[in-house]
Design a protein around this ligand. Sequence first.
Ligand code: AMP
Length: 397
Amino acid sequence: MQKINSYDFKGKKALIRVDFNVPLNENFEITDDTRMRAALPTIQKVIEGGGSPIIMSHLGRPKSGPEAKFSLRPLVQHLSDLLGGVPVKMTTDCIGDETRAIAAALKPGEVLVLENLRFYKEEEKGDETFAAKLAENGDCWINDAFGTAHRAHASTAVIAKFFPNDKMFGYLIESELLSLDKVLKSPSRPLTAIMGGAKVSSKITIIENMLGQVDNLIIGGGMTYTFVKANGGKVGNSICEDDFLETAKTIERIAKEKGVKIIMATDVLAADSFSNDANTQIVPANNIPDGWEGLDAGPQSIADMKKVIEESGTILWNGPVGVFEFEKFEKGSRAIAEAIVTATQKGAFSLIGGGDSVACINKFGMADGVSYISTAGGALLEYLEGKVLPGIAAVLE
Ligand code: AMP
């Protein structure tokens, strides 16, 4: 494995797997270019090193074969603008003689975007012949698509075998791994994980994995009520997964054995309907009246959670602790975000990841106050579950 910082790109055609799966409106205008911006340092490094970046990505979910609405063409001009006017060419295919000839003719500093990889079903199948054809377009391979690193696709993993001495991570994946390792491998203690969201079922594997690492586990959001019911409490109409009552008990038992402190709501803001116009009252978390449901943490719980977070050395936040989409029920999640920012100012390392907590911190305008925000979604969750990601393993092997 090579390091992007020290690799000599002079005269090289560098195949870069990026995640340019950006949202487009009906006029094919990019509505959020975060993912494109995230790949710029890697692309710029190749250009500055005297190489030619060849961009590979998927966009959307084409069914079978090319579909104009999933073409990467609408991204070309914007990429050129983001790179300060560097010329960006585009092919009509991602493999084949014509593509290879265009790639081979690139001059140092010229950028090429290959057409959508998922126009070939072989991409998602991880087909080796297809990966070999992609590999023919370049001299080295850089994986910078953390968002698809949990997939063993042709361009994200299989292609690695064609570049045994010329494969590396891009800067985005490097920084994702560095940040995740600060949480999972060498955290400053105490390490606190805040697991929120709607359901225990979707977070169970992460919670199980985190139990072996954290000092404090804050469990919030809709998950709370499965734990409350498992302990004999009354949850009213709150979201609750009866199939996971035993799981909740097991988590509590393992936490006790491992000396992990679990912090959960003792009081909640309950509502008489799932709406921003609902009537509300603060009630004990284990005694929610019939017809009412807990939609946010109550004031005592918020104070307890804040205290633990502010005293932490490392913080991982995945999932809101209330229905933050409704203003009436955002207080708990807002307080969590504020406490994370305070802890970060005091020197803690904070990582936020998983779709909804990122939406949450952005809604509160506090993204600048945390150490790292991962936008990776599925790949991040699998990493937190302790799984080996094929796109990472392929570079390291
Ligand atoms: P997840 O994708 O699992 O992180 O879940 C995020 C969703 O959980 C958000 O849309 C929240 O509105 C929702 N959520 C958080 N707390 C509750 C709650 N007490 N009851 C129902 N939904 C909740």
